[in-house]
Design a protein around this ligand. Structure first.
Ligand code: BG6
Length: 501
């Protein structure tokens, strides 16, 4: 892998007019271009069904970049847009792949791309298998450079469908050529979890069941399902967020130190975490997992509809928009430490945070019946603020007794302009051939198996109390009870924002 020379690549983007391409992919490519991380040796063939002229497509690219980024120099943007070509394409039409092959060869010569090809599937997942078969049979994957495929989520909707999809893709690509996107793995502070853990003498020795009481992972959103009711109503929070993003964060928090930072070593440690997850019985699943669905509510002066009133959602829908769970990892390091995970839509705040709660000290010398000593917390702020906070206790100034304080580190303020976007990093990684921050099939398979058991019992037992949390709240009361049973509570992450960030 050579990360010094800007990588060369022909990106064939299926879903070129879609939301993801417009909101994330084009601006991310432009950021890479502006920073010189990719240079003139790249080209994009945008593929989608609708007819567009070259000029219209390039104008779309420019719009997308300008609406996402500030301080864009028009000359740079114009030069950037000349690297984009459009092909109106029917994914099931064999002839059309022959056209794509011809265009790819022309681009290859024109931009000296050394036959390097990246096929990006940013469209409805039912076509992934079909497209990858055609890529092979048309000879598009038969190239002298690298061939890689980037797959957007969802990667299947359960273990079986994921396996079927994987088998289809494997007909055309090897495992190490498959880049399954989990955009949380591209987030700066998710990538920071390993660094915080493995480069600080004060954390790693304490990172186990002797010193940690519990770990809480929250990803809350204020938005509802927006325009995605059709997809979401079949998916729900468990499959949309928990199976992928949340379980990936869990694996990074709980894994053993890898023997080196190679992709293989990191992945194999993450896989071991997923293998050590306690497989609950049906009764235990019902006890340890809580689902929620948002009802009407308010955000400031705005009134918000219930989930069942959203467009393209069944009026009787039993789909969960919130999930909270208590997971156990059965290994020496974590035996007895609960990992509490929650994620949901239409909650009080848009925030992703990890709270590591340390055990209480053996005795409190400063005991005061009015004031309990707070446990030490390490908070990892993933978004919107990025940083870490340590919650400690110190002496009350000028008085006896203790007072809680927070030591903050804000990741953004040190380099405000340059925190790369998740997609920017992942696109670059895929061009230089680094699969570390993509999900391996073994991780996908294990996390689906874990989630399938929960989905099954939820399907068999529809929740009678939906909707059970108000839009704009922090979720259903049962999720609080889940922690109260253990003598714990969700830390109020809505008050934990780093102000200076
Ligand atoms: C996506 C989910 O994977 O992640 C969406 O499909 C969700 O439903 C989104 O809104 C959240 O991503 P982020 O980066 O805004 O936390």
């Amino acid at each position: 892998m050579n990360t010094k020379q800007p990588p060369t690549s022909l990106i064939m983007l299926f879903g070129a007019t879609g939301d993801l391409a417009m909101r994330k992919l084009y601006p991310s490519l432009f950021r890479l271009y502006r920073k010189g991380k990719i240079n003139e040796h790249f080209a994009v063939i945008g593929v989608a069904r609708r007819p567009l002229t070259q000029e219209q497509y390039q104008a779309n690219i420019m719009d997308s970049v300008q609406s996402a980024l500030e301080n864009v120099k028009l000359d740079d943007l114009k030069r950037f847009a000349t690297h984009f070509y459009y092909h109106s394409h029917d994914v099931s039409d064999t002839e059309s792949y022959a056209d794509l092959k011809r265009i790819a060869e022309e681009m290859d010569k024109k931009y000296q791309l050394q036959g390097n090809r990246l096929f990006y599937m940013a469209m409805a997942p039912e076509f992934f298998g079909l497209i990858s078969n055609h890529l092979k049979s048309s000879g598009l994957t038969d190239t002298k450079g690298y061939k890689r495929v980037i797959i957007e989520k969802p990667f299947g909707h359960d273990f079986e469908s994921a396996q079927e999809l994987n088998n289809m893709i494997r007909n055309s690509f090897e495992e190490d050529e498959i880049y399954r996107i989990d955009h949380y793995l591209g987030k700066e502070m998710v990538q920071n979890i390993e660094v915080i853990r493995f480069s600080n003498a004060m954390f790693e020795p304490l990172w186990n069941n002797r010193y940690i009481s519990n770990i809480q992972i929250t990803s809350s959103e204020t938005l509802g399902v927006e325009e995605r009711g059709r997809y979401y109503d079949k998916s729900g929070a468990l499959k949309d967020m928990f199976q992928n993003h949340m379980m990936q964060i869990l694996a990074l928090l709980a894994m053993e130190p890898p023997i080196s930072l190679t992709t293989e070593e990191i992945r194999s440690e993450k896989v071991r975490v997923l293998r050590s997850l306690r497989a609950y019985s049906d009764e235990e699943l019902a006890e340890n997992f809580v689902r929620g669905q948002y009802g009407p509510g308010t955000a400031g002066s705005e009134s918000l509809p219930s989930y069942r009133e959203e467009p393209m959602v069944d009026e009787q829908s039993n789909t969960e928009t919130y999930v909270a769970g208590k997971l156990k990892i059965d290994n020496f390091r974590w035996a007895g430490v609960p990992f509490y995970i929650r994620t949901g839509k239409r909650m009080a705040t848009k925030s992703t945070k990890i709270v590591v709660q340390f055990k209480d000290i053996p005795m409190n010398l400063y005991y005061n019946p009015q004031e309990e000593l707070n446990p030490n917390l390490l908070v990892i702020h993933i978004q919107p603020d990025e940083g870490i906070t340590l919650h400690l206790n110190v002496k009350k100034s000028g008085k006896n007794g203790t007072t809680p304080i927070r030591l903050n580190y804000c990741n953004k303020s040190s380099d405000k302009m340059n925190t790369p976007e998740a997609y920017e990093k992942l696109l670059f990684d895929s061009m230089v051939g680094d699969t570390t921050n993509f999900t391996h099939w073994d991780e996908v398979a294990l996390s689906w198996k874990f989630v399938d058991a929960i989905a099954r019992i939820w399907k068999e037992n529809p929740e009678p109390d939906f909707p059970n949390y108000a839009s704009g709240s922090m979720g259903p009361a049962k999720a609080d009870e889940l922690l109260e049973k253990d003598g714990n509570m969700w830390w109020p992450i809505e008050d934990f924002e780093i102000e200076s960030c």
